[in-house]
Design a protein around this ligand. Structure first.
Ligand SMILES: Nc1ncnc2c1ncn2[C@@H]1O[C@H](COP(=O)(O)OP(=O)(O)OP(=O)(O)O)[C@@H](O)[C@H]1O
Length: 236
């Protein structure tokens, strides 16, 4: 089976500080992978390198076993089907919910794109709010809108940075159900999150980062039982 994202010997440095240290990992199509770990472990930096925001000092990231992402621009990476939702919602407040999603599609405006937009609004539960201004949405709804803006382009790799930060318990549960719905055999979903109950609800596997390296990889249930993971993260 083809690996969606292959990270090999990745090192990222900021000045003399090493945020990612010779990291290797493989994320499969069809899986939801959570990347967890203490503050400063390198989680966001990992997403930054995959999405072309930060540069690697050494190593590489391969998409779909054929396309090297390291060295490519953010827009080229996004166009290739590797998409990211940043932590802070950045919807266009003055536009309607529907128009926001159309922008995510590149604004084609043909009947096929209208259908796609309608379908994704249904998936994220915003159909009845399609004509409202994005500014009128609650914080959780803005998160779902932004997920829709990314997913409408049918990414092969979907990265979400802290998608439930600041959400209510009910919104968090709805987001977990949404992420499970977005999981398809030909898509990999990578989620960085600190809410462990949420992670347990969505993740097929978790990668625990600590000081830029992998401390643990496996199920969330096993992570909870791992003494090293409890020591550096879960027990704190
Ligand atoms: N642009 C930068 N310049 C300098 N240092 C940086 C930069 N970006 C990240 N770092 C440092 O790299 C380390 C890893 O940061 P990163 O944001 O990847 O951690 P994280 O695991 O996502 O943490 P958190 O859970 O707090 O979001 C931190 O010590 C951070 O201060």
């Amino acid at each position: 089976m083809t690996v969606a994202v292959l990270v090999e010997g990745l090192t990222v440095e900021f000045g003399r500080f090493r945020a990612i240290d010779d990291l290797s990992l493989a994320i499969d199509y069809g899986e939801v992978r959570a990347v967890i770990g203490p503050n400063g472990a390198g989680k966001t930096t990992l997403l930054d390198v995959i999405s072309g925001v930060s540069r690697a000092r050494a190593g590489r990231v391969l998409f779909d076993e054929r396309l090297e992402l390291t060295g490519r621009s953010e827009s080229a990476i996004a166009r290739s089907g590797v998409r990211r939702k940043f932590q802070k919602p950045s919807v266009f407040e003055a536009l309607s919910v529907r128009d926001n999603v159309e922008i995510g599609l590149g604004g084609a405006g043909d009947p096929a794109s209208h259908e796609k937009v309608a379908a994704i609004l249904e998936t994220v539960g915003l159909s009845e709010h399609a004509d409202r201004l994005a500014s009128e949405l609650a914080h959780g709804q803005k998160q779902w809108l932004e997920i829709a803006m990314v997913v409408v382009s049918e990414p092969r790799v979907l990265m979400l940075d802290e998608p439930v930060a600041g959400l209510t318990d009910e919104e968090t549960e709805r987001t977990a159900a949404l992420i499970r719905r977005l999981r398809t055999p030909d898509r990999a979903i990578v989620v960085v999150e600190h809410d462990m109950d949420f992670v347990e609800a969505i993740a097929d596997r978790v990668t625990v980062l600590h000081e830029g390296r992998t401390l643990f990889e496996g199920s969330m249930a096993r992570a909870r039982a791992d003494a090293r993971v409890v020591d550096v993260y879960l027990g704190r």
